[in-house]
Design a protein around this ligand. Structure first.
Ligand code: 5GP
Ligand code: ZN
Length: 112
């Protein structure tokens, strides 16, 4: 499978990894949209949130707890945004489920 995030998880493509366990990996975004921009992904290749199964419930919950832990470690727990783009029309360019953890600037609402 030609998936850039699977290659980052396996180490085939280099990235700045900030967290790893058996289920979840987090690394810095190559093209950051905020002073802190980290991608949090399941180790298992899942195309998108819409393609998650009941069996993925645990990893989906874990991703949110990992986001909270990273935010705490980086002292940004008072102001961060966690977002997933689901589908091409919503801005998803990499078809491996990922959550953007963004912080360090003001965010607009509604998002663009
Ligand atoms: P999406 O647009 O799918 O929601 O987000 C994909 C994100 O992956 C983008 O923010 C993009 O900058 C990031 N990205 C794409 N290729 C790479 C890569 O090879 N390494 C890293 N660290 N980030 C990547
Ligand atoms: Zn993948």
């Amino acid at each position: 499978m030609d998936c850039v995030f699977c290659k980052i998880i396996s180490g085939e493509i280099k990235s700045s990894i900030v967290y790893r366990d058996e289920d979840v990996v987090a690394f810095k975004d190559l093209n950051p949209q905020a002073p802190t921009h980290i991608l949090i992904v399941p180790v298992k290749h899942i195309d998108s949130l819409s393609n998650c199964l009941k069996e993925d419930e645990g990893v989906l919950g874990k991703i949110q707890l990992v986001a909270s832990k990273i935010a705490n470690d980086l002292c940004i727990s008072d102001a961060f945004r966690l977002v997933t783009n689901n589908g091409t029309k919503a801005g998803q360019t990499v078809k491996h489920l990922h959550y953007h953890l963004l912080a360090g600037r003001r965010f607009k609402w509604p998002p663009g």
